[in-house]
Design a protein around this ligand. Sequence first.
Ligand code: HEM
Length: 115
Amino acid sequence: MTVETSSLPHAHEHAAPHGWRRWLFSTNHKDIGTMYIVFAIIAGLIGGAMSVAIRIQLMHPGGTLFQGDYQLYNVFVTAHAVIMVFFTVMPAWTAALGFAPRIFSRRPYPVRVCM
Ligand code: HEM
């Protein structure tokens, strides 16, 4: 017997998610690795922009970009360091090692049993 499930109450809640939900709720390790690398790239751009600001300041001792606000300069150095180490390098390694078994293995990918 065939049951028409789409007409049942709440049937839509069990459909595969689309759009940003398709990524946020994914349990597929390749999706998660992709999100890790995208996050690392975005954080790397932010941390890299901060290193440019630091360099511009260091080019002219006495103050250009930070206008003599040494506290703000120190904040930029610390934020650059934290972003680069924890939000760029570590997620990038997590993504790389998550992908590594698939890159270096010739085994077929296992049958996907769930989303
Ligand atoms: C893996 C982590 C890091 C990455 C990928 C990274 C990357 C960079 C890059 C690409 C630059 C611009 C190149 C340059 O100006 O020489 C830079 C500059 C700089 N970084 Fe980092 N950085 C990291 C960690 C840190 C840490 C831990 C600190 C300090 C606690 C730091 C402090 C600085 C400073 C002060 C500059 C300016 C240097 C200058 O222009 O003379 N960075 N960083």
